[in-house]
Design a binder for this molecule. Structure first.
Ligand SMILES: Nc1nc2c(ncn2[C@@H]2O[C@H](COP(=O)(O)OP(=O)(O)OP(=O)(O)O)[C@@H](O)[C@H]2O)c(=O)[nH]1
Ligand SMILES: [Mg+2]
Length: 303
């Protein structure tokens, strides 16, 4: 249904090759020739899954299942992991970005430097190219130069922007919604700060922005997207917990997947948080944003 995003992405295998090696290659090659799942083999497997950034809980769950059965043999370990990972991604929900006729608001949050503003620039461009009228709300009024950076992206993408230097971010978003309704925009992309004086302040600010959207245009809020840097590994789980408590996330955008060996965070987040990854960043350029396709991801890491 999301025509504009149907671009083919042939390089996925290459993008996730380091992750594939850590998460599948190493585990399979060390296990598959064993006679049985001895404690030694299982411990080794658990360690490898943890160091691939699958998360301690998930890794031990996978290994426990093998410990408590006799049907699956070490030679089947690849098939076993593939089935388990597929199930986990499926259970986390649909990977397609939600979109509707009329106004669509996408709320973008995440800690500093993960790639929020870049994601917004890339998304604005995708939406513009599919013929949508796009407005960017410059909700990061905290960091010096944040609004200029967003301005550059919006010009590049051909999108419009609401920015009010150093104003209250919630009021910027309020104004953007008014403008979008009056001038029939299809899309509002809300940028937010990644760092305030402390975490509490940041969360309070995000809640305030979110409550403006809830009050003025709750039917239009399509997604609350957490941006995660693929290289942060397990820390990403912690970030997801904190952000979802504040603003009730609906999905994740995983940036900087290019070259990362820690893409297993996709699975950890799906398992622990039941949050689907919907977008992946694979570089710094405008076109380096792709949709996440769970089946293709599984195929790519299992070859
Ligand atoms: N390699 C790579 N670099 C990326 C990607 N996405 C963003 N970056 C880079 O990451 C850096 C930070 O990106 P920003 O978009 O400014 O991050 P931010 O979350 O808005 O940062 P704050 O506003 O400071 O919180 C920039 O140098 C981007 O070019 C990606 O998918 N791959
Ligand atoms: Mg930013």
């Amino acid at each position: 249904m999301f025509g504009f995003f149907k671009d083919k992405f042939d390089n996925l295998k290459q993008t996730v090759s380091n992750t594939a090696q850590m998460l599948v290659g190493n585990v399979v090659s060390s296990v598959e020739n064993e006679e049985e799942f001895s404690e030694f083999v299982l411990d080794d497997m658990e360690d490898m899954l943890i160091s691939a950034d699958l998360g301690v809980n998930y890794a031990s769950e996978l290994v426990d299942k093998l410990r408590n059965q006799t049907k699956i043999k070490p030679a089947d370990v690849k098939k076993y992991l593939k089935e388990e990972f597929s199930k986990t991604l499926k259970e986390a929900g649909n990977n397609e970005l939600k979109v509707q006729d009329g106004l669509n608001i996408y709320f973008i949050c995440g800690v500093n430097g993960v790639g929020k503003t870049t994601l917004i620039g890339k998304l604005a461009s995708k939406f513009k190219n599919s013929g949508k009228k796009v407005l960017i709300a410059a909700g990061d009024t905290f960091r010096a130069a944040a609004e200029e950076q967003l301005d550059i992206w919006s010009k590049r993408a051909g999108a419009d922007i609401v920015r009010r230097d150093k104003a209250d971010p919630a009021s910027v978003v309020y104004e953007a919604i008014d403008k979008a309704k009056k001038e029939n925009y299809d899309i509002i992309l809300v940028d937010t700060a990644g760092r305030l004086q402390n975490k509490f302040n940041l969360m309070e600010e995000l809640k305030k922005i979110k409550s403006v959207i809830d009050k003025k245009a709750s039917d239009s809020l399509m997604e609350c997207i957490l941006v995660l840097d693929a290289n942060t590994g397990q820390n990403g789980l912690q970030q997801a917990k904190v952000f979802t408590e504040a603003v009730n996330l609906t999905s994740v955008a995983l940036t900087k997947l290019d070259g990362s060996a820690k893409g297993a965070i996709v699975l950890a987040i799906a398992k622990e948080m039941k949050l689907p990854v919907k977008l992946i960043g694979v570089g710094e350029k405008m076109e380096d944003l792709k949709t996440f396709d769970a089946e293709k991801f599984i195929e790519a890491i299992f070859e």
